[in-house]
Ligand binder design. Sequence first.
Ligand code: 13P
Length: 255
Amino acid sequence: MKKNRELFIAGNWKMNTSVTEGVKLAEGLKEKYGNIKGVRLAVAVPFTHIIEVGKVIKGTSIELAAQNMNENEKGAFTGEISALMLKDLGVKLVIIGHSERRHIYGESNETIALKVKAVLNAGFECILCIGETREERESGMLEKVLKLQVESALCGLSTDEIKRVIIAYEPVWAIGTGLTASKEDAENAHKFIRKTVSDIFDESVAQKIIIQYGGSVNASNSASLLSAENIDGALVGGASLSVEKFSGIIDSVIA
Ligand code: 13P
């Protein structure tokens, strides 16, 4: 426990693995971490994997997450997935606003705010992803971008709702590139995000909110990054696709 905040490591499988491969991966994680203590663990799997992976990890310490969700309850939205559809399947958390959703699929801060609200209304926890592009960082816009992303998604949430929000700071330039933010840069961003949450709500809410770091996290940089005061966990992409690599990260922080 760091500053009374539990460490939280989540794997984001993105659009990877067949269902069979995903089940095998989940079985491997269950074998090692089915009863893990001292760190919260989740896997955000493709929609097609939720039922089968859900069966594998049911009753274990590993939590089931979805990678996206539509903001509407139901209707003519071909190809989309609603809260109701996820609700019965053991999903606890939903990732919203991942940079790939923002940048490849054009999701705006406004859409993301609606999605966050829909996720919370359905009773799930929300992992809200935020982060700047390289151009934004280099042109001195880092804080402005993060503040806007946090404020637009979280302003107006009730004190009960904000308790079910986890923020993942994922600098876009660090995702899938092997370029991890330095511990210092990541810590500075996390500190700023926590301050922004404090300004919107209050210091007690800000001290409780979990802020994960994401972007080329691996077993060699995880312990150092997560030792920073305001970094409470990791959202892991590529390295969450192998039991060995993901274990390296988990073991580095529980050791
Ligand atoms: P990588 O760990 O592959 O850089 O991906 C990070 C990420 O986007 C997690 O959501």
